[in-house]
Each structure stands twice: as structure tokens, then as C-alpha cells.
Design a protein around this ligand. Structure first.
Ligand code: AGP
Length: 609
């Protein structure tokens, strides 16, 4: 999704901006651009469809330098990917980059056209730069013009704005899209994600909704949405978040799959004792809130939504607490009936997903008991705006396809479910059994990543396929959903997941010798039911690929490939069986030659609706 970087320093900031864009590449984008104010107070604009490398080539052909600049990676919403739609957009002496969507861009465009402004792009963003220009005129009080313009904007925005007439000032504003100010020594920066600036600073101000900031080399002044000057804290981020290195791996996704034993361990660290989940695991306020919880509403998107679906099985089974799970883009637009005592739980890797954040903000008006987020990014909007937060310790996830974020979400959710079950009568024996299994998880995870070669061999059967079906039953159904999502995301093979018992109600019609059917088959109480469903597939010539432990009693035969996985405690099966499915999609994508880390049309952090 779109990325913003800006800098004001006593040195040429061009390379700082480009490095920032490179660090944001993982988020997914289709064009990039930079605009600098040069020594003659002229705007130097360079833009290019394609990758940051294409922009660099353009800069090599037509160099630009300056001590003030803004840069952007664009993920197309209004208008196709192209040079002219790429940001920054310019009006007179003013240049602007924007993340988000301006919903009232059409009436504003008509109004500005009437004033004589000519549009050179199809974007909603260009409206904003002309609006600021119309309010400022070339070179007159950029801050006042940006502030006045934000009053006219509907929708979501993070803005970085410069004027060639004010080479000592960088102005930025946010509402609905994240933006941070990076604090340096006699130099300051802005970015949509702190990761873009980790090479120049470790100190950040997280702007709040409606903030407008005026940045000079020497200082930062922030005004809130009422125009009052406010003091926002400076956060020092620790050094462990610079993940812009693939190490010995070919892709970030591959690296992140293999990091899972370590990050799962990090997510458990300090949160479980020998036989119990430690009460501090969910934060200081958990002991007040958990006993009041009578129901749980989980809200998330994509892979994080699948994690929520798994948690529902655990919550209802272990805690006896009713749980609903819904995608954020749906729940935020329907009338919901909220029962007293309902805890609102969001799950998100990034903590910035626009739909999830909007659903949380709406939930605050609806009488929920409290809000909690399971999140991977400290200081993200979801963490800051939720009453409780349980951090996953996955470290930065760069591959667009979520892998280690998902399994660490499942670990954090399992801790949450056990903690809630404890205040709802979970026996100490059962808790000890679940915690004992969790202690084994990192080592078992290692064994499951060791299936790599076996899964790679299996992946060849998928390379020429156009469709695939994933089946699971019970708590493995969401894992089948996640396996199908991974395959479609990075290999572009159409994949669907069904609870195996639903086959005969429709999808069985799709099954023939060309349809690979992937089955998640741990040795649990539904195994025999699952086996009957698989007979239905075999009888129609379907090709089965069964992920099962030897104890499940499957054998490979013509039409049935068994990928034998290590035996594991039932409570861990959803977490562990995810790994070979991730590996499967990774190897199929390699065979198909797709862009594994930045699949087409997708963005890492979906900060627009
Ligand atoms: C997962 O592989 C996807 N890239 C996507 O579904 C993702 O999980 C979703 O956009 C939610 O993101 P979040 O966890 O950052 O909120």
C-alpha cells in the first residue's frame, strides 16, 4: 500500500528518501516518485511507474538534490498505475504526497476546475494539492493552507507537503492513515511507517487523528484537530526492528516461514510458567476485565481473520464463552446487537488495517465491555486505541503473504483463551496439559519446517493446475482457509477451502482428476468423519494430498499422496499444520515464477478501505 517519506536536513536528502522508499517496498506499490526543493528554490520532481529501481534510473538520468524533499510509493486506487498518476503531485510551487482516499474528491475537483485549475492525473490526491494551492497561493503560509485544506477533506489521509517558497518547512497531517515524525539532530523526517526511517533515527512521534505538524530543522510543532498546540511524546524504538535483510534466504516469505520456531518461542517467553499461563501475560488490566467477559466478538481481515476463526473453537471449548468472528469490512457497515459483557477483540499484524481500525472506533460507541487487540506492531493505531493489547513477537513481517504473524497470532490467542478459560472454570490439570504442549511448540515447529523438501517434491503436482480445493474439519477448517489464501495470494492459482462435511452440498461437483484436493488431517476426534469425506473425493477421481501424522493411518497410493508430518498434541495442530501449507504455496509460487514477496495487486498493510 502507499508509503510516504519526507526529510528536512542540512544535507542532500535524496538518498534518505530513496532508502526510505526501498524499506517500504514490501508493502506493495506500483509507482514511485520524489520531489526535492533544490538550492535555487525550485521543485525537482521525478516519478516513475514500476519499482523504486525505475525511479532511481530516472534520477540517474536526471539527477536532483535538495535538503528538503518528499517521496512516495503509490498503490493505485483512483487511476491506473502510471507516471502521471504517481505522487508527488504539484500545484505551482507546492508539492504533496498522500496516503488514503479522499471521498469528496469529485465536488472538490469541480470547484477547483471552476477556479481554473487544470488536472494532469486521475487521482483523488491531485485535488488536495490544488486545494492547498488555492488556499495559499504560491509561497504564502503553507501551514495555514494545509490546515484550512484538511477542514475540507472527507475520507482518510496522511499528507506530506512542501513548498519551494518555504524551503525551511515540511508540513504534514493525518486523519485515518498513519503518519510518524522521525526526530533527528538538526534534521527531522516524516514517514507512514517508522521502518522507513530506521537508518536515520530511532525516535518517533506518532501523530494522532486530526494532527497537523509543522517541521523545521530545529523543531516540530504539532496542532490537534482543534488547532491547539499539543505536546506529543517522543518514543524511542528499540534496535531490533531493522529487518530489511533476507539473510541466507531467497525470499522474505521463506525467511519468515523458517523464523517461526524462534518467534513462537519469543511470543511465549515470560507468559507461561511450568504448568500455567502467567496472569501478567495479558497486561495489567486483564485481571479486572477478564472476569467480566461473557462473550467475545473477534474482528479482523484476511489471515488475521482466519486466526480469529481458530480462536473461536478454543474459546467455546475451553472457556465455554460464546464467540463470534467477523471480517472488519462487514461488521463496520451493519447494525450489530451487542450483549452486555462482550469483549471486542481485534487481530492484526500491522495494527493499521483501515477496516479493522474503523470497526474498533465504531465499537467504542456500541457498549462493548472493553477492547483488546492482538497485534505485531507496538505503537500502531490499534495498540494505541485498544484498552488491552497482547503483542505477538513475530518481528517485522516483510512478505505480503502473512506467515509468522499468523502462527504467533495463534499462540497469543491460545494464551488469551486459556487465561479466559481459567476464570471460567478450566481445571488446573487441563491448563497444565495445554501449557505443557505449548512448551513443546518451538521444537515441534522446527520439525514441521523440516518438511520443506518433502513439500517441495509435492508442490510439482500443483504447478500446472488452475484450481485447488482445501479441506479440513473442526478447528482445521480455518487452517484450510488459510492454506487456500496463501496459495491464491502468491501462486495465483484459484483455491477454495471447505469444511470437508460440506463437500457433498456442492463443491463435489468440481472434483475430477484435474482438481488437487489438499487435506489437513490431524489425528483428532473428527478423523474418521474426514476419512469418509475423502472417500467421496476418491470415488470421483479427485487427487488427494493429505497432510497427516503416521498415527492417522493414511497410506500413499495412486491418487493419494500422504505428506507425513510429525505427531503433535491436538491443541497445537492448527498452529503446526499451517507450516507445510505455507511451504506448499511458497514452492508452487517458485515453480510458477511469481513475485513471492510482492504478489501482484496486493499490499502488505491495507490502510485504505
Ligand atoms: C495475508 O497473507 C494477507 N496479506 C492479508 O490477508 C492480511 O492478513 C490482511 O490484510 C490483514 O492484515 P493485518 O493483519 O495487518 O490487519
Amino acid at each position: 500500500m502507499c508509503g510516504i517519506v519526507g526529510a528536512l536536513a542540512q544535507r542532500n536528502v535524496n538518498e534518505i528518501l530513496l532508502e526510505g522508499l526501498r524499506r517500504l517496498e514490501y508493502r506493495g506499490y506500483d509507482s514511485a516518485g520524489v520531489c526535492l526543493v533544490d538550492g535555487d528554490s525550485q521543485l525537482q520532481l521525478r516519478k516513475s511507474q514500476g519499482k523504486v529501481a525505475d525511479l532511481e534510473a530516472r534520477l540517474a538520468a536526471a539527477p536532483a538534490a535538495g535538503q528538503l524533499g518528499i517521496a512516495h510509493t503509490r498503490w493505485a486506487t483512483h487511476g491506473a498505475p502510471s507516471d502521471r498518476n504517481a505522487h508527488p503531485h504539484v500545484s505551482g510551487q507546492i508539492a504533496l504526497v498522500h496516503n488514503g482516499i479522499i471521498e469528496n474528491h469529485q465536488p472538490l475537483r469541480a470547484e477547483l476546475r471552476d477556479k481554473g485549475y487544470q488536472f494532469t492525473s486521475d487521482t483523488d490526491t491531485e485535488v488536495v494539492v490544488h486545494l492547498i494551492h488555492s488556499l495559499a497561493g504560491d509561497g504564502r503560509d503553507l501551514l495555514a493552507a494545509v490546515t484550512a485544506a484538511t477542514d475540507r477533506l472527507e475520507g482518510a489521509y496522511a499528507l506530506g507537503v512542501i513548498s519551494a517558497d518555504e524551503p525551511e518547512t515540511l508540513v504534514c497531517a493525518r486523519s485515518g492513515s498513519p503518519l510518524v515524525v522521525g526526530v533527528g539532530i538538526e534534521e527531522n523526517f516524516i514517514a507512514s511507517d517508522p521502518m522507513a526511517l530506521r537508518q536515520v533515527t530511532d525516535r518517533f512521534i506518532f501523530l494522532e487523528e486530526g494532527d497537523v505538524a509543522e517541521i523545521s530543522r530545529a523543531g516540530i510543532t504539532v496542532r490537534d484537530k482543534q488547532g491547539e498546540e499539543v505536546s506529543r511524546p517522543v518514543h524511542k524504538l528499540d534496535g531490533g526492528h531493522d529487518a530489511a535483510d533476507k539473510g541466507r534466504y531467497r525470499h522474505y516469505m521463506q525467511k519468515e516461514i523458517f523464523e517461526q520456531p524462534a518467534v513462537v518461542e519469543a511470543t511465549l517467553a515470560g507468559r507461561i510458567g511450568d504448568k500455567s499461563v502467567l496472569s501478567e501475560a495479558l497486561g495489567a488490566r486483564a485481571h479486572e476485565i477478564l472476569p467480566e467477559v461473557q462473550q467475545v466478538q473477534i474482528v479482523a481481515c484476511g489471515t488475521s481473520y482466519h486466526a480469529g476463526l481458530v480462536a473461536r473453537y478454543w474459546l467455546e471449548d475451553w472457556a465455554g464463552i460464546p464467540c463470534s468472528v467477523e471480517v472488519a469490512s462487514e461488521i463496520r457497515y451493519r447494525k450489530t446487537a451487542v450483549r452486555p459483557g462482550t469483549l471486542f477483540v481485534t487481530i492484526s499484524q500491522s495494527g493499521e488495517t483501515a477496516d479493522t481500525l474503523a470497526a474498533l472506533r465504531q465499537a467504542k460507541e456500541l457498549g462493548y465491555l472493553a477492547s483488546m487487540t492482538i497485534c505485531n506492531v507496538p505503537n500502531s493505531s490499534l495498540v494505541r486505541e485498544s484498552e488491552l493489547s497482547l503483542m505477538t513477537e513475530a518481528g517485522p513481517e516483510i512478505g505480503v503473504a502473512s506467515t509468522k504473524a499468523f502462527t504467533t497470532q495463534l499462540v497469543a490467542l491460545q494464551l488469551f483463551c486459556i487465561a479466559l478459560a481459567k476464570v471460567n472454570g478450566l481445571s488446573t490439570e487441563r491448563e497444565a496439559e495445554l501449557v505443557k504442549a505449548l512448551h513443546q511448540l518451538p521444537q515441534l515447529m522446527e520439525q514441521f519446517t523440516g518438511l520443506d523438501q518433502l513439500v517441495q517434491d509435492t508442490s510439482e503436482a500443483f504447478a500446472e493446475k488452475h484450481h485447488a480445493l482445501f479441506l479440513g474439519r473442526g478447528v482445521e477448517y480455518p487452517i484450510a482457509l488459510e492454506g487456500a489464501l496463501k496459495l491464491k495470494e502468491i501462486s495465483y492459482i484459484h483455491a477454495e477451502a471447505y469444511p470437508a462435511g460440506e463437500l457433498k452440498h456442492g463443491p463435489l461437483a468440481l472434483v475430477d482428476a484435474d482438481m488437487p484436493v489438499v487435506v489437513v488431517a490431524p489425528n483428532d476426534e473428527l478423523l474418521e468423519k474426514l476419512k469418509s469425506n475423502l472417500q467421496e473425493v476418491r470415488a470421483r477421481g479427485g487427487q488427494l494430498f493429505v497432510f497427516a501424522s503416521p498415527q492417522a493411518g493414511f497410506t500413499s497410493e495412486p491418487g493419494v499422496t500422504v505428506v507425513e508430518v510429525p505427531d503433535a498434541p491436538e491443541s497445537l495442530a492448527p498452529i503446526l499444520y499451517t507450516v507445510p501449507l505455507q511451504l506448499l504455496s511458497y514452492h508452487v509460487a517458485l515453480l510458477k515464477g511469481t513475485d513471492v514477496d510482492q504478489p501482484r495487486n496486493l499490499a502488505k498493510s491495507v490502510t485504505v478501505e
